[in-house]
Design a protein. Structure first.
Length: 317
């Protein structure tokens, strides 16, 4: 017959359990607060490894340097993402370039609209990766202010095609002139620049759009027939579908239910947008451009892209 243990034994057991949890708590907190990260690149045939760690809500590299740069970015695989191989080649490139110029690098991942805001308001120094925007584009954070008056763009580096994507088998008349699609509805990611022509037509009321939080939401809207087209980088769309939490059958249905529209809207290079509220923004811009020239010249960017693609493919397969 089962007998209830004496109260003192129950209390001792409970106390012991709490004591063990308290001993483990600092280790658990440390695991969530400090996450070791490594960035690798080749410099003059020498392998360079930069150790970093996650502290709070940002990733820090070269912490001994007094030249501190605060960067804002987003999760946008396969270019950059906290949960992919080496955090993506754009992350690796950015850290490698800035540390090679002697900066301490602090990178924070944010929703894109917020990332744009913190840089335009001067809370962070650099926004990346950014698409090109010209002198006619207004800030959504500062009234009657053009973006180029508060941020400066770096030289460009490798990017990707921006396309319209539609439901498979649906006829479309697009041959390069967006005005022919003025009666259609487009899905776009909230806060993204697309192309100067497309964005201006949206501002002018010539094209109708519905915003989504990310690319996976976009394709769901498309297949649900809420929109006629979505505006995306196909590499991003392919990655987010394949690495989503959807079942394998759902992924296959999604991938086979859509198709690219020809021709592509344009090839979008990537840029760094430097806040002009930073007192040394011109020096930062010059350092980034000099580092980009070096990394382009020795084909290091291409090596990083290839390494990232191979790693992502191994994980998916």
């Amino acid at each position: 017959m089962y007998k209830t243990p004496p109260v003192n034994i129950v209390l001792q057991t409970l106390f012991y359990g709490i004591f063990i949890l308290l001993l483990m708590l600092p280790f658990a907190l440390e695991g969530n607060t400090f996450e070791n990260i490594e960035v690798n690149y080749i410099d003059n045939d020498h392998h360079v490894s930069i150790a970093g760690k996650k502290v709070g809500n940002h990733y820090t590299f070269n912490s001994n340097s007094k030249k501190i740069l605060r960067l804002a970015t987003l999760n946008w695989p396969p270019y950059i993402n906290e949960e992919q191989c080496n955090m993506g080649w754009v992350f690796q490139l950015t850290v490698a370039m800035l540390v090679s110029k002697g900066y301490q690098v602090r990178i924070q991942f944010l929703p894109w609209k917020r990332a744009v805001r913190v840089v335009e308001l001067g809370d962070h120094d650099i926004l990346f990766p950014e698409y090109f925007f010209d002198e006619t584009v207004y800030s959504q954070n500062l009234e009657n202010t053009r973006r180029r008056t508060i941020t400066a763009l770096s030289d460009h580096f490798d990017g990707g095609l921006l396309r319209l994507v539609k439901r498979r088998g649906v006829d479309d008349p697009f041959r390069g002139d967006l005005s022919i699609l003025k009666n259609n509805i487009f899905g776009v990611v909230r806060g993204y620049q697309n192309t100067p022509v497309f964005d201006q037509m949206v501002v002018n009321g010539q094209l109708k759009t519905i915003e989504a939080g990310d690319e996976l939401q976009l394709v769901k809207m498309l297949l649900a027939k809420r929109v006629d087209y979505i505006v995306v980088d196909p590499k991003v769309l392919d990655y987010v579908i394949k690495h989503s939490s959807l079942t394998k059958i759902q992924k296959v249905r999604m991938l086979t239910g859509i198709e690219n529209v020809e021709p592509a809207l344009q090839y979008n290079y990537l840029y760094y947008a430097i806040s002009k509220k930073s007192s040394h923004w011109l020096e930062i811009q010059q350092d980034i451009n000099a580092a980009l020239a070096t990394f382009k010249g020795n084909a290091e960017i291409q090596r990083m892209i290839k390494t990232n693609e191979q790693c992502a493919e191994r994980i998916y397969n």
